[in-house]
Design a protein around this ligand. Structure first.
Ligand code: PMP
Length: 402
């Protein structure tokens, strides 16, 4: 690492976490066992397959799931697509036969990898109900019960929001879904199903699939200090989905494509470490986050914290600083050694890089265009926060004095 890189303050763990050195080392060690294609019949293939299946077993154990409920994917976008599109593809003919219209309930502040799939399905005639957040970013769960109908195929609500860090009560949502399944005389037996995107929450909120009552769940390795290029979809036994990628029939035909044992191994290792460190990290990061909030509101009295203060990820700091241009601030901070974000990083590829999540919450774009997200992580220290605040002051003064 060069001198300049050493001095940087990385506060964008929500976008991507660095790979834990223990994970890198473990991946390096396993490399020699992963020469072959896990589907090959020779010893090299069998060794690689063993590594791959051990990783699946470890991830399943850590989730309270069974190995055959884990489908490896390339990441959270693919897992979300597979869950929603895969379910639709498997059920669409049944709806058609019965003259019914599939209905999905979601929220307007989901990640784009859910919202864009829903938009695509709407163009095919699927009905979608989007629940809007309250002013503090939480979702009014009561509306879910009111929106459920006998034609509801799926409820897809994320576990924790990637921009404002609010944590949804997925057990309560799962209860509502089960209640509908029993009471509403569903058009298609087994529906509605519940999918949640837990890409951001799994490092900080314990999830036990045996207890939580979720049917489909998305996880992503590069959000939990594992390697990029791999994620998973948990699919409860008995839930049928169709593939959306076709080829050699890997993952029980649900996700064709070369299996990636080294990445799967790293993903599994990172989950084991994250689970072990969870309690300690939640306490440590909550303290750091609240210190950040206290200091930033002391420094800028009209700064407003976006999102709820309770039921919030311990690493999420998202603040609206009136009269600043967030994008310029992010560039200024970067020039001065701080990495943070002004909206979901995925929005940087679109023309409108403001936060649609904050726009939904406040009803206009002013706060969305002047909000900064700092996301803390395993290697964040208090002195980094202090340095970041000093740099932020300098960057903002430059903007205000222009
Ligand atoms: N869901 C959530 C909650 C996310 O935070 C992200 C990444 N920001 C994704 C899905 C998509 O991840 P990727 O594009 O890396 O697959």
């Amino acid at each position: 690492m060069n001198k300049r890189a050493k001095k940087r303050i990385y506060l964008d763990y929500t976008s991507s976490t660095p790979v834990d050195p223990k994970v890198s080392l473990s991946m390096k060690k396993i490399e020699k066992l992963c020469i072959g294609n896990p589907n090959a019949l020779h010893e090299e293939g069998r060794n690689a397959k063993k590594v791959y299946e051990n990783a699946r077993k470890s991830l399943a154990n850590n989730l309270g799931a069974k190995s055959d409920e884990i489908i490896f994917t390339s990441g959270a976008t693919e897992s979300n697509n597979l869950a929603i599109l895969g379910l639709y593809e498997s059920l669409k003919d049944e709806y058609k036969k019965k003259g019914k219209t599939p209905h999905i309930i979601s929220s307007s502040i989901e990640h784009k990898s859910v919202l864009e799939v829903l938009k695509h399905l709407e163009s095919k005639g699927v009905k979608v109900t989007y629940i809007d957040p309250e002013k503090d970013g939480t979702l009014p769960y009561k509306i879910i019960r009111k929106s459920l109908t006998s034609e509801t195929m799926l409820v897809t609500i994320m576990h924790a929001n990637n921009e404002i860090g609010t944590i949804n009560d997925i057990e309560e949502i799962a209860r509502e879904v089960r209640h509908a399944r029993r009471k509403l005389g569903m058009a298609i037996p087994g529906t509605p199903y519940f999918h949640t995107d837990a890409a951001q929450s799994v490092t900080y909120v314990p999830i036990d699939m045996e207890k939580v009552g979720v049917d489909l769940l998305t996880l992503h390795s590069p959000k939990i200090y594992g390697p990029a290029g791999i994620g998973l979809l948990y699919k409860r036994r008995g839930v049928n989905i169709s593939p959306i990628i076709f080829g050699g029939g890997q993952e029980e035909g649900l996700r064709s494509g070369r299996e990636l044992p080294i990445l799967a191994h790293g993903f599994a290792e990172s989950f084991t470490i994250a689970k072990k460190e969870m309690n300690k990290e939640v306490v440590r990061l909550t303290k750091l986050r609240d210190y950040f909030f206290k200091e930033i509101t002391k420094m800028i009295p009209n700064a407003k914290i976006n999102g709820a203060l309770i039921s919030r990820l311990p690493n999420n700091v998202n603040v609206c600083i009136p009269d600043i241009d967030a994008e310029f601030a992010v560039i200024g901070l970067d020039e001065n050694g701080v990495a943070c974000s002004s909206a979901s990083t995925c929005m940087n590829t679109s023309e409108e890089s403001y936060s649609y999540v904050l726009e939904r919450i406040y009803g206009d774009r002013s706060c969305a265009a002047s909000s900064l997200r700092f996301s803390l992580g395993r290697y964040t220290t208090k002195s980094e926060i202090d340095d970041c605040l000093k740099i932020l002051k300098k960057v903002l003064l430059l903007q205000w004095n222009k």
